[in-house]
Design a protein around this ligand. Structure first.
Ligand code: AMP
Ligand code: GLY
Length: 418
């Protein structure tokens, strides 16, 4: 690297804006680039112009990019894989190669990995059709059905009874809503959920600030599953004993398992966990940061994220470069009318100029001097505070200043499930 560090962040949502802004404010003063980016992201990052993965690599080489940071999962597993292509081009990448990202892309791959390495998770059977699925369910409800591929958070159905299971089996095997693929029939688990993030560098890892997201559309955890309607993050979200158990039984064996199976990993690894009465169990892995958890966690980060990721992407683990402030962070999502079944674009957003919280744009566009909604989740509004109460009172007070026609939001983020 000669002179200023150049970092490319790949993705276009609120998570990527949070990463871009946190990287940009690192003490090493890097220069930020983004693809495909968004109007909001381009306020702090220059656009990379590309048409597909291979041309993105060409654009990064031409720009002299020193570090590629993977935001969104799709690039890691599409084509030859973002990280694999970066490796060929000699660009350090914070984000795993395609073969390792199967942990997220295939639920069956992840389940086999978990079982093989003795990591606590729900029992599951993989099936190829509705008949096999019904045999595996064997009349035991509730049951959990998971499509074996990337389905933008919509491929999982928690089924309280036969009617809901049949409806989902129909979507998967008759309507082929998610395309071709197998299905996991998984044991139903109960307990509070928590999102644990680790920064993994080969055989080493650092557990970052934990978070909790709110997946259902409506207050009281009612309504359909969404990409996430808000998040709360704090070091104090769980007690130290629980974190130690999670580290010993889940994070450390996962990192050791990746090594043992010859799956290289440098990047964020997300553990979706259920804190069951029998201890923490893995619900899913994601090979990137969570969204909207990232928009809650990043405002708590201190130190030099850019240098941390740059060193880590080259195999030099430098945990002393980052840490987290002891406070709380609360993120409220504003979604457009019709979300999650559909989304609505073009509604003008008001109040952004008076909002004093951190605002990350999940789906907006700038038209003349106004911001318009352009997607399902539109904005992530985050406030931090020394106490949970401070953070959520501020988050809600600031979010109340912002609106657009048909906006949907939850009123109980960080009030429930703490
Ligand atoms: P996933 O896409 O795997 O994160 O699943 C989406 C949501 O479905 C999770 O956040 C849980 O709320 C729920 N879920 C997934 N697996 C299970 C399970 N085995 N038992 C109960 N709920 C589950
Ligand atoms: N917040 C859930 C996810 O990022 O997958």
């Amino acid at each position: 690297m000669g002179g200023v560090m150049k970092i490319a962040v790949i993705g276009k949502g609120g998570r990527e804006q949070a990463l871009v802004e946190t990287l940009a404010s690192s003490p090493c003063h890097p220069q930020l680039f983004a693809f495909p980016g968004s109007d909001a992201i381009f306020q702090s990052a220059k656009p990379l112009h590309a048409d597909g993965l291979n041309s993105l690599i060409d654009a990064m080489v031409a720009e002299g990019i020193d570090l590629c940071v993977a935001g969104e999962e799709s690039y890691l597993v599409s084509g030859d894989g973002l990280s694999n292509l970066c490796a060929k081009a000699g660009i350090p990448c914070w984000g795993p190669p395609k073969e390792s990202a199967q942990l997220e892309a295939s639920k069956e791959f992840a389940k086999k990995f978990l079982m093989k390495h003795g990591i606590p998770t729900g029992a599951a059977v993989a099936v190829a059709n509705a008949q096999e699925a019904r045999a595996a369910i064997a009349g035991h409800y509730p049951t959990v059905l998971k499509f074996d591929g990337l389905a933008a958070g919509k491929g999982v159905a928690v089924c309280p009874d036969e009617a809901t299971a049949d409806a989902f089996l129909n979507e998967v095997f008759e309507e082929k809503r998610f395309g071709e693929g197998r299905l996991l029939v998984e044991e139903y688990l109960s307990g509070p959920e928590i999102s644990i993030f680790a920064a993994v560098c080969d055989d080493k890892f650092l557990i970052l600030c934990p978070a909790r997201d709110y997946k259902r559309l409506k207050d009281g955890d009612e309504g359909p599953n969404t990409g996430g309607m808000g998040a709360v993050a704090s070091r104090r979200l769980t007690d130290d004993d629980t974190i130690r158990t999670i580290e010993a039984r889940i994070v450390a064996p996962t990192v050791a398992g990746l090594r043992q199976d010859g799956l290289p990993y440098r990047g964020f690894l997300y553990f979706g966990l259920m804190l069951t009465p029998d201890g923490p169990k893995v619900i899913e892995y994601n090979c990137r940061f969570g969204d909207p958890e990232c928009e809650a966690v990043m405002p708590l980060l201190r130190g030099d994220l850019a240098s941390f990721c740059y060193a880590g992407a080259k195999g030099d683990f430098r945990p002393e470069l980052i840490d987290f402030n002891e406070g709380w962070s609360v993120c409220c999502i504003l979604a457009s009318a019709g979300y999650p079944a559909s989304s609505h674009s073009g509604d003008v957003i008001t109040g952004l100029d008076t909002c004093e919280a951190r605002v990350f744009h999940c789906g907006t566009k700038r038209v003349d001097s106004a911001w318009q909604a352009a997607g399902g989740r539109v904005l992530a509004i985050t406030a931090t505070g020394n106490t949970l109460q401070d953070a959520r009172t501020r988050a809600y007070a600031e979010a109340a200043k912002v609106d657009f026609h048909g906006s949907q939001r939850r009123g109980d983020i960080a009030y429930r499930n703490i």
